[in-house]
Design a protein around this ligand. Structure first.
Ligand code: 4UW
Length: 569
């Protein structure tokens, strides 16, 4: 048994275009309708629609202003720090017109976390939503980014006078539209798309701290084409297909994450699907929005499926417009899949599997199936070649488990300034995912476990070493190991095993109530400095010694499995 190939033919992938040219200026054979078929974006709350012509106009005007005001140019990095916003994609595409690179930060980040993104990527410009301005300014100061390099996505409320100090995107669009085009668009030579950087997206990969993944334009274009090819070959009659041009889709999952970047921001409008842009996830507002905008296509993560299955309010809304729900970013159990299909019998339901390093989708809900095989993470996309590698390095036959190893035209280039981690994960065109999987005869993927360090909380990445380094700052802790504890809603939540310092042990001996105080201090230290999903919701446990292998590597799985065994009893 050798390599396994994805299903179907893959259309040619242009390697001389940037993703903005591919989206706004080009008619690829897999694009089912002309780009001006439907509104591209719909602002959830106001219902404001942005048509293709306006998207293009605003992108070009903003690129012009980026050039005149800041001389933004080739390879400059722009950091966008915002919840989903109707001008978020336009800002990114404008930067791409100039050959600049985007890093998108989680809008819930604390100042310290944002500083890490800004400094690692050497960002030159910070584009911010007014809600994030305070944290952004704090981080910009530490990262030595001048305040005149902060751009607001929209004006501050009139009550906050500081608004006048910062330029806004709408202002720059007006400014850029008034002057003649001053910039020369960055055009690519044949083949250059394969190396020309588009995004620096953070992922902790299989081990260590979050790293910036180098994603070129070609990878993004490839993935959009792979999904579109797969979907267009559909053997079903058009009215029964799960994805149809003219559909309305959600953008409640964040644009900053690779799932949002590829599927929601690029694939949906490319395929003629209007995107309803929602800045914050609130379940009742989400149901309301589906009803109000007659949404057909939901891209979700498993906790949203839990809510759809269990929340009593679901029955109060008219959700009959939905015809396709795709879940991804973390495992969706077979039980939940079946439960969801019973509640929504008219809806096609499936899972996709993706990874920042494969930017992004490797497997997508199988075309012909109304309900995916419960537990399956989708079927391999065209253009994807995979191996399942056992721990002894041999290849596992179909149906047997091993590490999932992927070669796809969408694979990223490696990690920024981190040769060691790049060599461990990116080998001869293959990406070692750190996921344990098997593939059945139908080319369906089943993720059975995670071999890598990563914890996924509601689909968000949490890198245990990041929390461990942070917890070790406390003098009461002499050693620590963070693992994922199973959680019905979030999938997993971080739990810390700590070895108390000698001093803390002395205090504990004298006064047993000290234990709770130490645990509370650890929880608070993380909660005060890290984004909400990194909090130690799984609690803190004392342990005598952290298990390590002879070379000193933490045996995280030993503790994780011990915890899960306890949970099972
Ligand atoms: N089942 C089990 C799954 C699954 C999974 C991911 O944060 P990253 O780097 O990236 C993502 C991307 C998810 C995604 C993108 C596009 C898409 O269509 C879709 O489904 C509709 C999902 O999460 O995390 C990568 C890691 O997340 C886990 C797995 O461990 C992987 O290495 N993961 N999807 N269906 N686990």
């Amino acid at each position: 048994m050798a390599e396994i190939y994805g299903t179907g033919e893959l259309a040619p992938i242009p390697d001389d275009l940037t993703i903005v040219q591919f989206m706004l200026d080009y008619q690829h054979s897999t694009r089912p309708v002309p780009p001006n078929h439907r509104p591209w974006f719909i602002e959830d709350e106001s219902g404001r629609k942005v048509e293709f012509d306006e998207v293009k106009f605003r992108t070009n005007a903003l690129a012009n202003a980026f050039h005149s005001r800041w001389k933004l140019r080739e390879d400059d990095v722009v950091c966008i720090f915002s919840p989903n916003h109707i001008d978020y994609p336009i800002t990114i595409w404008a930067a791409f017109r100039l050959g600049a690179v985007i890093t998108a930060a989680n809008p819930a980040y604390t100042a310290d976390e944002l500083v890490h993104s800004l400094t690692t990527t050497k960002s030159k410009l910070l584009v911010v939503h007014p809600w994030n301005l305070k944290v952004a300014l704090e981080a910009a100061k530490i990262a030595k980014l001048p305040a005149d390099r902060v751009l607001l996505l929209e004006a501050l409320p009139a009550t906050e006078n500081a608004g006048a100090r910062f330029a806004t995107v709408p202002q720059l669009v007006t400014e850029g539209a008034q002057t003649k085009q001053a910039f020369r668009e960055r055009k690519l030579r044949k083949g250059e798309g394969k190396t020309k950087l588009a995004f620096l997206s953070f992922s902790s990969g299989t081990t260590g701290l979050p790293k910036a993944v180098r994603i070129p334009h070609y990878s993004l274009i490839s993935n959009v084409i792979q999904i579109a090819s797969y979907t267009r070959e559909d053997t079903l009659p058009p009215h029964q297909r799960k994805l149809r041009p003219g559909d309305v889709g959600t953008a409640v999952l964040p644009f900053y994450h690779i799932y949002g970047i590829v599927i929601i921001m690029h694939f949906k409008p490319f395929y003629g699907i209007s995107v309803v842009v929602t800045p914050k996830f609130d379940f009742l507002a989400f149901l309301n929005s589906i009803q109000r905008h007659r949404i057909n296509f939901l891209t979700v993560v498993p906790p949203m499926v839990v809510a759809l299955c269990k929340h009593p309010a679901v029955k109060k809304f008219d959700l009959s417009s939905i015809h396709f729900i795709a879940s991804g970013a973390a495992p969706l159990s077979a039980e939940l899949t079946v439960q969801l299909s019973k509640l929504f019998p008219q809806v096609q339901i499936g899972q996709g599997y993706g990874m920042t390093e494969t930017s992004t989708v490797v497997a997508f809900p199988q075309r012909e199936q109304h309900i995916c095989t419960p537990g399956s993470a989708g079927r391999l996309l065209p253009g994807v070649v995979v191996k399942v590698v056992r721990s002894d390095g041999s290849l596992a036959p179909r149906g047997e488990t091993g590490e999932f190893v992927v070669k796809s035209p969408s694979n990223a280039l490696g990690y920024l300034d981190n040769e060691k981690a790049t060599k461990e994960t990116f080998k001869d065109g293959w990406i070692y995912t750190g996921d344990e999987v098997y593939i059945n005869d139908e080319n369906e993927l089943f993720v059975v476990d995670r071999i890598k360090d990563l914890i996924k909380v509601k689909g968000f990445q949490v890198a245990p070493p990041e929390l461990e380094g942070h917890i070790l700052e406390l003098k009461d802790v002499s050693d620590v190991c963070v693992v994922g504890k199973l959680d019905e809603y979030s999938g997993e939540v971080p739990c810390a095993f700590i070895v108390p310092s000698a001093d803390a042990l002395e205090r504990l001996k004298k006064d047993p109530t000290e234990g709770e105080k130490i645990k509370a201090a650890v929880i608070k230290h993380v909660a005060d400095n890290k984004v909400h999903f990194k909090r130690l919701a799984g609690g803190v446990e004392f342990i005598d010694v952290i298990p390590r292998n002879p070379s000193g590597k933490v045996l995280r799985r030993v503790l994780r499995d011990r915890l899960r065994a306890q949970q099972a009893t």
